[in-house]
Write a protein that binds this ligand. Structure first.
Ligand SMILES: [Zn+2]
Length: 106
């Protein structure tokens, strides 16, 4: 199984188009996506079916999450770090201001 099926397009649902099925699925970011799946048919027969992915959300293999790819991972992490440094500076500023108000040197 590739992932959790969420919904299918109208032609797939009604059986109007039988040449291919179009399904929207939820996948795990840490799972490899296969190019084929094996279908179990009636009377115990099996059949390999090719899979084409119309759209896949960017996946970061480093942190196994969606939304960006690996080469943007460091940028995102440094962006987060920068935000934390700003927060720490702000905290220091607030502490300094508080100490200044209390008449203490910092
Ligand atoms: Zn990442």
């Amino acid at each position: 199984m590739v992932g959790m099926p969420l919904f299918m397009d109208g032609a797939t649902a009604t059986g109007e188009r039988i040449s291919y099925a179009r399904v929207f699925i939820e996948i795990k970011a840490n799972k490899e996506l296969p190019n084929k799946i094996r279908l179990q048919l009636e009377e115990g027969d099996e059949m390999d079916v090719d899979i084409a992915y119309e759209w896949i959300s960017p996946i970061c293999k480093n942190r196994k999450t969606f939304g960006h790819v690996e080469h943007l991972c460091l940028q995102r992490r440094f962006g987060f770090l920068r935000l934390r440094i700003q927060k720490i500076k702000l905290l220091i500023l607030i502490i300094r201001e508080t100490l200044f108000l209390k008449g203490m040197e910092f």
